[in-house]
Design a protein around this ligand. Structure first.
Ligand code: TA6
Length: 301
């Protein structure tokens, strides 16, 4: 690992803006700009933390059991779900695709007055055909500054059209799930994953008193988390996305997952920028598509 770190810092480090270090048992990039800071794991291209300037509390929730190199995705931060969202119809294929626990490569870094940017890549041109019979190049750009902007770009490098579902599966840190409200999806249709996939329509804002697992579709809306106990709102804007998933496991599933920590379900909510459910992206040969999530935080006095 030391050699990797030395090579990465020699090749891509930007003094005062980007460096590579050991973290959570693996290699992570630490990037900052104007008082904001993010940590990104090379495993999975996964943003693990984001602390905006002026905040003391991180915006992203991370499991207390977070550890890289276990062969499993780290719970928390922003897992990359690609090239399919959720469970796969074929047995043996991993839920949420096959890149969120895989090694990614650093391909670029840049720093300006306004932001610091890191680019990672995953070569999906030689995946075992029984797992995924297509060819693509995947790029992830993380830009930290006044906001955190994550862009996942898929380029079809093969000769067949690629059907794609995907997500930036973001876990947000909150004071108490029972006190927050999520707005921006009023009157939108959604698939209720906890009610046999029945299609329903959102009435008013979203509040939590049990497990919630919903794919809102046909929506390009910005979603806002209002957190009275942490005295802040978190805005989740997006582009290249027609679906948003809202998820909290609540008590029973939270305990079953086993890596949320004591009462962990109370401290997190997922607002996921996706193309999922009926919102399938079909990428023609040579075509590229970007899924973008931008996170803003407003702290109240
Ligand atoms: O995005 C919500 C969801 O699909 C839930 O159904 C739950 O499975 C969650 O993702 C976490 O999935 P994971 O495979 O990371 O445990």
């Amino acid at each position: 690992m030391l050699e990797d770190l030395q090579r990465l810092n020699r090749t891509h480090a930007v003094p005062g803006a980007l460096s590579f270090e050991e973290g959570f048992g693996g290699v992570v990039a630490r990037l900052g700009s104007a008082g904001s800071e993010a940590v990104v794991a090379l495993q999975g291209g996964q943003v693990l933390s984001y602390v905006p300037a002026g905040s003391t509390t991180g915006v992203l929730w991370l499991s207390p059991a977070a550890k890289l190199g276990t062969g499993k995705a780290v719970r928390g931060g922003i897992p990359v779900c690609w090239p399919w969202f959720g469970p796969h119809a074929e047995p043996g294929k991993p839920a949420h695709g096959f890149v969120r626990a895989a090694p990614w490569t650093v391909t670029g870094a840049a720093a300006s007055q306004e932001q610091t940017q890191l680019t990672l890549a995953f070569d999906a041109t030689a995946v075992a055909s029984e797992l995924w019979p297509y060819q693509a190049q995947l790029m992830l750009t993380v830009a930290v500054g006044r906001s955190l902007k994550v862009t996942l770009t898929t380029a079809n490098a093969g000769s067949c059209a690629i059907p794609l579902t995907e997500a930036l599966h973001s876990y947000f840190a909150i004071g108490d799930i029972a006190e927050i409200g999520v707005s921006g999806l009023e009157a939108r249709p959604y698939i209720d994953q906890l009610d046999a996939g029945r299609q329903k329509r959102q009435a008013g804002g979203i509040h939590f008193s049990s497990e919630v697992d919903r794919i809102y579709f046909d929506t390009t809306d910005t979603v806002t988390i209002d957190d009275p106990s942490l005295k802040r709102t978190i805005g989740v804007a997006k582009a290249g996305s027609r679906s948003t998933v809202i998820w909290n496991p609540w008590i029973e599933k939270g305990e079953r997952l086993g890596d949320l920590g004591p009462e962990g379900y109370r401290r997190m909510v997922c607002v996921e920028t996706c193309n999922a459910g009926p919102d399938i992206v079909t990428l023609a040969p040579g075509e590229r598509h970007s899924l973008v999530q931008e996170i803003f935080v407003n702290n109240r006095a």
